[in-house]
Design a protein around this ligand. Sequence first.
Ligand SMILES: [Zn+2]
Length: 481
Amino acid sequence: MQLTSPRLRASLLAAASLGLVAAALPPPTPLGIGDPLFPHLGNPGYDVLSYDLSLTYKDNRTPLDAVTRIDARALTALDRINLDFTHGTVASAEVNGQPAAFESVGEDLVLTPESPVAPHTPLRIAVRHTSDPRGAADGGWVPTADGLAMANQADAAHRVFPCNDHPADKAYFTFRITAPEGLTAVANGVAGALPVRTAAGPTTWTYRTLHPMATELAQVSIGESAVLHRTGPHGLPLRDVVPAADRARLEPWLKKTHGHIAWMEERVGRYPFENYGVLIAQAQTGFELETQTLSLFESGLFAGDGYPEWYVEAVMVHELAHQWFGDSVTPRTWSDLWLNEGHATWYEALYADHLGKYSLERRMREAYERSDQWRASGGPPAAPKPAAPGQKIGLFRPVVYDGSALVLYALRQEIGAAAFDRIQRRWVTEHRDGVAGTADFVRLASQEAGRDMEPFLKPWLYGKTTPPMPGHPEWGGAKSV
Ligand SMILES: [Zn+2]
């Protein structure tokens, strides 16, 4: 899946025609696919089919040695291939088996093959590079007490490996991770061949995804971990990765996942991937993250002090719900983030309601009271303001969480619970393993409602202020609070 803006198409065509008449190409420039919030993220002209990442870990102070192999398909003629990559040193690059020149420009790694790549032909890229785990403030590698984990959302996968770093281009992944004796490496998907231990001591672990995945959802955990296996609903393999020393203490939490999956499946249908589990990392991230099939949680959430049990469970359900909403169905642009966070917050809130701890109506009423302020500071749900420079995670504001769950609540109030439930199920079924955006959601809502829902949804999704809530005329008076 690939997006190209007319402006970029024009600049590509211009670059391509220059290549015909000039021996020397113009200087490489960073490109993007026209994401309104991240203009330089992703790259035009090709579609990645698979990534094969080999990573050799020593310790948290040493850049990992890495080889990234990319199997792609050229969509246009390519004199140059832009990848997103920063925070590592490139030693060599190949395109279709031949050495390619390479240069870093901004956060792009620009490859110049010996001869241009023809449109609609295979494009195989190999880059030997390092991947630096230090300086993690903007995401990517997350140092933990015993190793590393990964947190790439929204735009930090390219701080770890060269890639087409946009969720609109999903691909299959293979991971080959070599770590010193005593450490365990785990990644998204299923284990490949048995871990291979070399004579010198390090062990190589392999994993592969059975479904396509966005780069932002990649996960590699290296640490003194226990990997715990159990069985979920209808035989679904469950796999948790926890600090080995905390295994017994965490067991009561890990046992809950089975019930959480069954609860979600009752509402939206079958879990969409090959396995699921939680990765509990000894790190203070300040967030949890829905990395595909293996959600990342900071260990402090389960420390037993400060957070009530129902709250922790609702957060676990939030990340689980993302496996359908955000992972299996990824956003077309980052402005569609509300479709990830709004839905995950919706099921988080529903679960707290289900436990009898915090009613959905109360939570939505409280969100309604704050919604205008959230829109003023963060933009409307489907057109959020860009994050301030240096604050990339600043995109994750209340307006895309409760402010967007409120949009779903308004829709349910307007069309009724039965039609709303059909939308939810069809959304994750029809876009499974795919990419979808706001217009797709409005179209589906219109089909299930039996009328054009754009006049209703547009002010909810794009308005500077919050429309009246159907069925709750009394909520209007509290808005100035
Ligand atoms: Zn979320």
